[in-house]
Design a protein around this ligand. Structure first.
Ligand SMILES: O=C(O)[C@H](CS(=O)(=O)O)OP(=O)(O)O
Ligand SMILES: [Mg+2]
Length: 240
């Protein structure tokens, strides 16, 4: 089994993703927010790359969510804060969602065998689900506008750490790329102060400056959920 971590969407080549199990990570905030919505009863999420695509899919009974420049898109119902996706208004609803990085990364992975949504909030569950699929695993960090982001790298390290612990002790036939090994070391080092690390990284600082400090604190929690969103027929859902 090969485990490969890719630092940003920009560096993902189609060949690296095709038929693999791809875990897309956007800790701040897209995958954290989509996981939260599904955990609060959202029926399904259509992750789309552009605002235009979101508007083309729009139907009166769908919720529209997402951001540009960290802020709610004009005319949309909700932004990209996980706290907006907790409550009765989410339960049973279909959501069309577009963000700068996270939903773009999901689209980039469209040739994958399976696409899972990974976050710090569900890292352990995500690693367990990925191993069960018995295919090569690619962990795709969304990054920010084609540049590596610390929060996604640390989450990739969490996933690699969980994956290694899940492999049988006798397993020798697996490889982890150098970036993945580096991120595992980084995660193990940062783990005791993970919240502080997320507050200090560039996306964390930007979100705090815009008043989203609670989002950063929330998204920095490890293994709050044992739920694993998966793409089925173009929609992100909870299996089962
Ligand atoms: O809203 C977010 O957290 C970010 C905004 S930005 O692109 O980093 O300005 O979007 P995301 O797609 O969740 O990274
Ligand atoms: Mg992000």
């Amino acid at each position: 089994m090969e485990i490969m971590v890719i630092p940003s969407v920009n560096e993902a080549r189609a060949d690296d993703l095709t038929n693999k199990t791809v875990i897309v990570i956007d800790v701040l905030r897209a995958t954290s927010t989509m996981l939260t919505a599904l955990a609060h009863g959202c029926k399904e999420i259509f992750p789309v790359e552009t605002v235009l695509q979101a508007k083309q899919l729009q139907q009166s009974h769908y919720l529209m969510g997402g951001e540009r420049a960290c802020k709610k898109i004009p005319g949309f119902d909700l932004g990209n804060s996980p706290f907006e996706y907790m409550g009765d208004h989410i339960a049973g609803r279909s959501l069309i969602f577009t963000t700068t990085n996270g939903t773009r990364a999901i689209q980039k992975a469209h040739k994958a065998g399976t696409i899972l949504a990974g976050t710090l909030l569900n890292g352990k569950a995500c690693a367990t689900a990925a191993i069960a699929l018995r295919k090569d695993i690619v962990i795709l960090c969304s990054g920010t506008q084609d540049v590596y982001s610390l929060e996604d790298g640390v989450c990739a390290g969490q996933l690699v750490d969980e994956l290694v612990q899940l492999l049988p002790l006798s397993a020798t036939d697996f490889t982890i790329n150098d970036f993945g090994l580096s991120m595992r070391h980084a995660f193990c080092h940062i783990q005791p102060n993970i919240t502080q690390a997320l507050m200090q990284c560039s996306n964390g600082k930007r979100l705090c400056k815009l008043g989203f400090q609670d989002d950063v604190l929330y998204c920095s929690q490890l293994n709050l959920f044992s739920l694993v969103p998966v793409i089925r027929d173009g929609k992100l859902v909870l299996p089962g």
